[in-house]
Ligand binder design. Structure first.
Ligand SMILES: Nc1ncnc2c1ncn2[C@@H]1O[C@H](COP(=O)(O)OP(=O)(O)O)[C@@H](O)[C@H]1O
Ligand SMILES: [Mg+2]
Length: 282
């Protein structure tokens, strides 16, 4: 161990203690880590935070300020504050992927319905409309026509009166499934197909079925480069199989992995724990 930090000093930040968090806590403990388990609900940041935070809190509005708090005082946030900021915004993720040359569906950010309609025309219907910071497929919609687009935007504006950002994305024909790759420390450690049941969205949170994927060289490369593009130590990379090869849909910086672990038998929690400990011991 070079300087400063002990393996003992990890704040494990959570709000809902899911199976993913329990698996990760066990894996860290088995490797000798000592942690303070901190329920984010109990915090008034910046008070009460140590030097290293493993952020397993759901939702951008807590994740981002917590991550930046660690880094503002010279500590370490895992994932890094910048990577969490980017991964919680699908447009910023798109920019990072394009910059890194990672294949991803053509995407446009519009600030009004007229501009969104023009963007959709350019991309060609059908298009996907999605919120910048969603998860579990919520509010991810398929627009087959300008009328569809207008009603999706109107619906979103009812839910959120200040909604100005409309992400319009090329619809990728995919074989009724997509791939969730878990990348840890520059390696694709495990991947599953998420096979759609009734929905064209394949999130397991929407009833998509999980099945192990044999990771080929191209899938490994695309997903590792995607995690690197946003700067994540570990990430859940959503990939679709298009007729032009793999395309990355998004990079999750606080990924769930229990389905990946269950379907593949890979000790994903152990992989993440190992990467976290070697990062803070450096
Ligand atoms: N451009 C697209 N083309 C085809 N299917 C898509 C596209 N974008 C999203 N989907 C489907 O919707 C699901 C949810 O979209 P995603 O961008 O991963 O958002 P979320 O953060 O809600 O999971 C994806 O797993 C995929 O099955
Ligand atoms: Mg997703």
């Amino acid at each position: 161990m070079s300087q400063g930090l002990d393996v003992g000093e990890i704040d494990f930040l959570y709000d809902v203690m899911r199976l993913d968090e329990k698996l990760l806590i066990d894996a860290l403990r088995r490797r000798g880590a000592q942690m303070r388990l901190i329920n984010a609900e109990s915090l008034a940041a910046p008070d009460g935070l140590g030097r290293v935070g493993l952020i397993r809190v759901a939702g951008r509005s807590k994740v981002i300020p917590l991550a930046f708090t660690y880094e503002a005082s010279g500590g370490i946030s895992i994932n890094s504050a910048q990577s969490l900021y980017i991964s919680h915004d699908k447009y910023l993720t798109y920019l990072a992927l394009i910059k890194a040359g990672v294949p991803t569906p053509r995407t446009k950010l519009a600030f009004g319905l007229e501009a969104a309609a023009k963007a959709a025309e350019e991309l060609g219907y059908p298009v996907i409309v999605k919120p910048l910071d969603g998860s579990w497929g919520r509010l991810v919609s398929l627009a087959r026509s300008p009328d569809d687009l207008a009603s999706i935007v109107a619906h979103r504006r009812q839910l959120e009166s200040a909604m100005h950002d409309i992400l319009v994305q090329e619809y990728v024909e995919k074989p009724g499934r997509d791939i969730r790759v878990t990348v840890v420390g520059g390696r694709a450690v495990a991947a599953i197909y998420r096979i759609a049941s009734t929905d064209w969205r394949t999130n397991t949170a929407r009833g998509g079925r999980a099945e192990a994927v044999k990771i080929d060289g191209e899938l490994e490369e695309v997903s590792v480069r995607a995690a690197e593009a946003v700067g994540a130590l570990y990430a859940g990379v959503d990939v679709v199989e298009s007729k032009d090869g793999y395309k990355v849909l998004e990079v999750n910086g606080v990924p769930e992995f229990k389905n990946v672990q269950r379907a593949t038998g890979v000790d994903v929690a152990g992989e993440i724990a190992g990467a976290v400990l070697s990062l803070i011991k450096r």
